[in-house]
Design a binder for this molecule. Structure first.
Ligand code: G3H
Ligand code: ZN
Length: 290
């Protein structure tokens, strides 16, 4: 059934685990995330990012409707989350499209501007009954933002101290903005195709102690299994995974088409890609459960 992100996050922390949140782009992603979660009988979050909406000709509703319909028919709780929202116009579409939560992304802005924009977004979101996540510090590597991570401006090295979330600043940011959860920069980076990130577990410990809200790990595709398990033990409550699904899908399709150059029916290769993604979903959930 369709669930609320907030409930899944709190159920996960109560069970000393984290909820897995997967970014979906196509209907095959949606089906794979749900099938993977069902195969291990776990709740899951389906995330649609602003970049995914841009890919869908700027329209949120077609994919959101499909995701809602799939969630309603799932045997496990499935929540819909709107991810990395920079556009207020998109933010305003969230409640009407079945989303129970949003991640408002103003992390590219200087502190005061990030705070002001996030506070306004949080006030609006709460009036709509939405759970809202924001980011402080910068998880690098996000493409297409026009800032760091774009071709013109190289990604900020996620291991550089300047990119990290400062516990004192984060405490004030959460209190002053009123957000329900915080994405923290502790060493992961978006869009990594190797699982080689090293997390700053000391910093995570200090953030967990300083903040009274659930913490979110972005760029989890690049984080090795043992580091992910340690992050959950250290207080991460929501783990965002995107690139790992695309790696699984594209790799499986590439292999299938190489072995079957005569293939024409798109169901053949999309089906193979969907199965590879579902296995990856189950794998990540298994790591988070420990
Ligand atoms: O918000 C989405 C996640 O941070 C996904 O990051 O594609 O590097 O796994 P990833
Ligand atoms: Zn992210």
């Amino acid at each position: 059934p369709l669930a609320a992100t907030e409930d899944l996050v709190f159920a996960a922390t109560g069970a000393r685990t984290a909820v897995a949140a997967f970014n979906v782009i196509t209907l095959e992603h949606v089906e794979a995330v749900i099938a993977g979660a069902e195969s291990v009988d776990a709740p899951v979050v389906l995330q649609v990012s602003e970049n995914a909406v841009k890919f869908r000709y700027g329209r949120l509703l077609p994919l959101a409707r499909a995701a809602t319909a799939a969630a309603e028919r799932a045997s496990v709780p499935v929540a819909l989350h709107l991810d990395h929202v920079q556009s207020d116009e998109l933010l305003r579409q969230a409640p009407g499209a079945g989303f129970s939560s949003v991640m408002y992304d103003a992390a590219r802005l200087p502190y005061e501007e990030n705070l002001a924009a996030t506070r306004a977004a949080a006030d609006w979101a709460h009036a709509q009954g939405l759970w809202i996540e924001a980011e402080l510090g910068e998880v690098g590597g996000k493409p297409g933002s026009g800032g760091r991570g774009s071709a013109a401006v190289p990604p900020l090295d996620a291991h550089a101290p300047g990119a990290r979330t400062d516990p004192g600043e984060a405490r004030a940011f959460v209190a002053d903005s009123g957000v329900d959860a915080l994405a923290v920069a502790i060493g992961s980076s978006h869009a990594m195709t190797t699982r080689t990130a090293t997390l700053d577990h000391g910093l995570l410990k200090r953030l967990t102690a300083a903040l009274g809200v659930p913490l979110v790990l972005h760029g989890s595709s690049g984080v090795p299994d043992d580091e992910l398990a340690a992050a959950v033990a250290g207080g991460i409550a929501k783990v965002n995974v995107g690139t790992a699904l695309n790696l699984a899908m594209t790799g499986a399709i590439r292999e299938f088409l190489a072995a079957h150059p005569e293939a024409v029916d798109s169901r053949k290769y999309l089906g193979v890609g969907r199965e590879a993604m579902a296995r990856m979903v189950a794998r990540f959930i298994g790591v988070l459960r420990g």
